[in-house]
Design a protein around this ligand. Structure first.
Ligand SMILES: [Mn+2]
Length: 352
């Protein structure tokens, strides 16, 4: 997509936002720093414009992002209520951060939105609302802002640049194109999205623009030490030990010169580290020198394996490997999910 094409789309998107009465803002399930930051940035804009909106992600945002402005306003689906558990009953009113399934998944509420803004989702299924989205009324306009490669095509206005380091980079360009002043809240969110999606400017998608935006966000008041403190210095002892296990399990597949490591379901369940503390392992592994790629397999639950691929080489496209297993992603970072069980053998890891 050319620069001018994107400019036209940024203008169109803003016109749609200005004209809308009730806006649904969505990021993907298991939301990450970029998705949540993009949503929070848009919430800031909605409040400046005095728009009615609902911000949604399927799962509760990881607690490490609690420092982000507006995070408490992002609604998510209620977990299964644990009867008699410490958490108590799930609130049924629409006021808390949690929504019961029928509150968001029923078409009644969904039909009230005249604009749907999808951020950082990669594919429509990652919104978890794809059935509702596919069946939306023609007057429910859908805008997608994303930096993942194109997968499906339900949008009315697709703002996609798979060369962008993060979705917040596109949100920034949307602001610039429309001469929207970037508030301190927005600056904090945008910088957080850039830092988390590039692993602190480590990944090759980091461009001169990425660093330039980061610098501008600092001059607009973004608080770098607080962001670093929250998104990087947040590992528990249990998490460190689990990371240690990942490093200790590394083997090199000599045929393809790929470093492979794994965590079994027993490893994960035997650790008190929470799921979010495993985020970043694949990125860290990509620091390994001299290999074509790294593959980190983890047994999400018995019989279900998640594979994450990374490469630091410009001539290797790991999304091609992920696609072989029904997954996808970027040339430098991709993933897939397959059925199977992990077995450690003398020569390395085997999926059985
Ligand atoms: Mn992203």
């Amino acid at each position: 997509m050319t620069h001018t094409e994107l400019e036209v789309k940024f203008h169109r998107a803003y016109q749609k936002i200005l004209a809308a009465r009730n806006i649904l803002i969505i990021t993907h399930f298991n939301p990450d720093g970029d998705g949540l930051s993009a949503v929070s940035t848009m919430i800031d804009l909605m409040e400046i414009l005095d728009k009615e909106y609902l911000a949604f992600t399927a799962n509760e945002p990881p607690v490490v992002f609690a420092f982000l402005p507006h995070l408490e306003k992002i609604r998510y689906l209620a977990e299964e209520p644990v009867l008699g558990g410490a958490e108590g009953p799930v609130p049924s009113s629409a006021e808390g951060p949690r929504l019961s399934d029928d509150q968001i998944l029923n078409s009644d509420l969904f039909s009230r939105f005249d604009l749907i803004l999808i951020l950082d989702c990669g594919s429509m299924s990652r919104t978890t609302l794809d059935e509702l989205i596919k069946q939306r009324r023609p007057e429910q306009y859908l805008i997608e802002i994303d930096h993942h490669p194109k997968v499906d095509d339900y949008t009315d206005l697709e703002i996609r640049d798979s060369a962008a380091a993060a979705t917040v980079e596109l949100v920034y360009r949307f602001f610039k194109a429309n001469k929207i002043a970037i508030s301190k809240n927005m600056a904090n969110c945008i910088l957080t999205g850039l830092i988390t999606d590039t692993a602190s400017f480590l990944y090759p998608a980091t461009s001169d623009l990425t660093v330039q935006i980061a610098s501008e966000m600092l001059s607009l008041g973004a608080h770098l030490p607080r962001i670093m403190e929250n998104v990087l210095r947040n590992k528990s002892l249990e998490a460190m030990r689990l990371w240690g296990k990942v490093m200790a399990n590394l083997v090199i597949n000599k045929k393809y010169n790929i470093a492979v490591t794994a965590l079994t379901n027993e490893d994960i369940n035997g650790s008190a580290a929470n799921k979010e503390e495993m985020d970043g392992i694949s990125g860290f592994l990509s620091n390994l020198y001299g290999v074509n790629a790294i593959l980190f397999m983890r047994e999400e639950r018995p019989g279900l394996l998640r594979g994450n691929l990374r490469t630091a080489r410009s001539d290797v496209d790991v999304s091609a490997i992920a696609t072989l297993f029904g997954g996808g992603g970027h040339a430098k970072a991709s993933g897939f999910t397959i059925e199977g069980k992990l077995e450690k053998t003398e020569g390395g890891w085997r999926v059985v």
